[in-house]
Write a protein that binds this ligand. Sequence first.
Ligand SMILES: Cc1cc2nc3c(=O)[nH]c(=O)nc-3n(C[C@H](O)[C@H](O)[C@H](O)COP(=O)(O)O)c2cc1C
Length: 337
Amino acid sequence: MNKQYEKIQKLMGRGCDILGTKYAIIGGAMTWISDAHLVSAMSNAGLFGVLASGAMDGDLLKKEIENTQEKTSKNFGVNIIYVNPKLHDLIDVCHEKKVSHIIIAGGVPDKSVIEKIHSYDIQVMSFAPTLSIAKRLFKNGIDALILEGTESGGHVGPISTIILIQDILLNMCEYPIFVAGGILRGEVFASMLQLGAAGCQLGSVFACAKESTAHQDFKKAFFKASGRDAVTPVQLHKKFPITPVRAIANVGTDEFIEKQREVISKFEKGEVSLDEGRLLLEHFWAGALRRAAREGDVTRGSVMAGQIVGLIKEEKSISEIIDTIMNEAEQYLEKIS
Ligand SMILES: Cc1cc2nc3c(=O)[nH]c(=O)nc-3n(C[C@H](O)[C@H](O)[C@H](O)COP(=O)(O)O)c2cc1C
């Protein structure tokens, strides 16, 4: 480690040990974006890259892991969505390919799943939305947790990062916890470590890094947006709950409100059942992230981004992003010492 980063390095020690990296920063998984190219670039730059397995099956994941391993010899993780019907196949693939860490998202993993992953000698991380779930997960053997505030991009919970810090992190600093959602500047990164975090997870900023293969129009939409453009959809009827996904508001966002109105009206007239109506709404966004991130449809696709998007104004390389964070962190620590 560069001598100029001495102070921040001391604070990062625990997180770096857990991740096996130079920096205690996780490049959070992003479906359709966190591919072999971006993840290997992150890991080669000293971060902990995480492959997004999204809705992949075992064969696809195997190929993506192999591609990543061809490009880096450094540690990286695999993010697996808990409700993926292929969950166990995907875990088995990680075992076969000797992946070091699995990150379970979209659900609270059962003790048996944690034990299965451990039996393969793989570390397992997950997300905790409440203190009681965090305690249960550590009791069940989870190796580290991520607290992800509602500021984040993608699927989000209702609670902000600052509340999760006070509710969970400050009550369990002795456990390895990473903080995600709305973090970009080095001063804030350093402060999280001072508060007892093992490290931080960042997403949006890497979606539009030079090494990201996301469509240029997707990146441009990020650079143009302000924080208030990164919204979760409005829900019009309590019988039709909407999955909260934070994305940059566009024509699709407005059309989704219209779609809800149409479905609710049909339901009230008895033209569709509750289940049929819910399915119609669920299908509205199917494939929308792929359309935005891969095909550049930023008008009707889902341009998932966190509120931090307002601070991301240009395409930078991963090493430029990291150098800025580390310099800011070091200067901040110097100033307050
Ligand atoms: C485009 C996009 C897609 C994402 N997809 C996933 C995903 O598939 N799985 C997951 O656990 N988190 C996903 N996330 C969340 C990120 O991994 C990360 O936790 C989040 O972006 C951190 O907040 P930030 O955007 O404020 O940095 C996604 C975020 C974005 C912006």
